[in-house]
Design a protein around this ligand. Structure first.
Ligand code: T3D
Length: 264
């Protein structure tokens, strides 16, 4: 797959999507938004892809919306009204990521700002380099947090901390993000690719369909009652119990060997 603003690289079940506008810390312009949406749609449709990594080229992860797309500073008047823009692109990207039945890992190599932070939050796991940082930069330009930050951030850190971060735009170091539960792990910058690669090799050999069901179950449970969540678990367990990976997992256990999961 060839794109203008992102790299799309498949290797042994792992798709790596690299945001590739390093001179702007990988700010999201219109082309990148549509390419990202298309890449996640392709990732869903391609049975050879078992896990996805999202990362940034250069020293940034993603600096959010491109504030100078073309020669004009970004304002709601200079392009599509923001509401329409969000509905047409960012909202669809985030929903596609949450609905994608495969694990998505953010390899946060540098600053994640505004919608760039939202993008990281929408991934299933976040591994940060020790030089990464996070900011809900929206407030600094008088905008509301978008691309799912108002939904995702309070669920990760609680309302008290989320409000503080959204109202101040304070830039967090990777270590602070770890302490708050925003990231799963902080690793030395030069070891980020290797550590993420080890993790994705595990996911490329995991029971992929069940991982999709787990994503579905957790997102559902966050919005529903315990009784509803129990019912959802029962439905999804029925489906998981019919996968060949479940049969393989049990057979491997009984035969005292490593399972060979195929993602089916
Ligand atoms: O229209 C819509 O899409 C609506 C939706 C909005 C959603 C949003 O994401 S709103 C939030 C938009 N993002 C921001 O407000 C962040 C702006 N950037 C920054 O605050 C800082 O650049 C960072 C905190 C991210 C990093 O700071 P620092 O000191 O490490 O780097 P820098 O020197 O500020 O930036 C390096 C270069 O990247 C610089 O270009 P230059 O001077 O070297 O030619 C800078 O202008 C460029 N850059 C950084 N962020 C953006 C950007 N260019 C365009 N858009 C950016 N968002």
């Amino acid at each position: 797959m060839t794109y203008e603003t992102i790299l799309y690289e498949k290797n042994r079940g792992v798709l790596t999507i690299t945001l590739n506008r390093p001179d702007k810390l990988n700010a999201l312009n219109d082309t990148m938004r549509y390419e990202l949406l298309d890449a996640f749609q392709q990732a869903q449709a391609d049975p050879d892809i078992r896990t996805i990594v999202v990362t940034g080229a250069g020293r940034g992860f993603c600096s959010g919306a491109d504030l100078v797309a073309g020669s004009e500073p970004m304002t709601s008047d200079s392009s599509l009204p923001f509401g329409d823009l969000l509905r047409a692109t960012y909202n669809r990207i985030i929903l596609q990521m949450r609905a994608l039945p495969k694990p998505i890992i953010a390899a946060v190599n540098g600053v994640a700002a505004g919608a760039g932070m939202s993008l990281a939050l929408a991934c299933d796991l976040r591994i940060a380099s020790d030089s990464a940082s996070f900011t809900q930069a929206f407030i600094k330009i008088g905008l509301v947090p978008d691309s799912g930050s108002t939904w995702l951030l309070p669920r990760l850190v609680g309302v008290t901390r989320a409000m503080e971060l959204m109202l101040t735009g304070r830039r967090l170091s990777a270590q602070e993000a770890l302490d708050l539960g925003i990231v799963n792990q902080v690793v030395p910058a030069d070891q980020l690719p290797n550590i993420v690669s080890q993790l994705t090799q595990e996911f490329a050999n995991a029971p992929t369909r069940t991982i999709g069901y787990i994503k579905q179950a957790v997102d559902f449970a966050l919005e529903n009652t315990l009784a509803d969540a129990l019912e959802k678990e029962a439905d999804l367990q029925e489906l998981a119990g019919k996968t060949s990976d479940h049969l393989e997992g049990v057979a491997a256990f009984l035969q005292k060997r490593q399972p060979h999961f195929t993602g089916r």
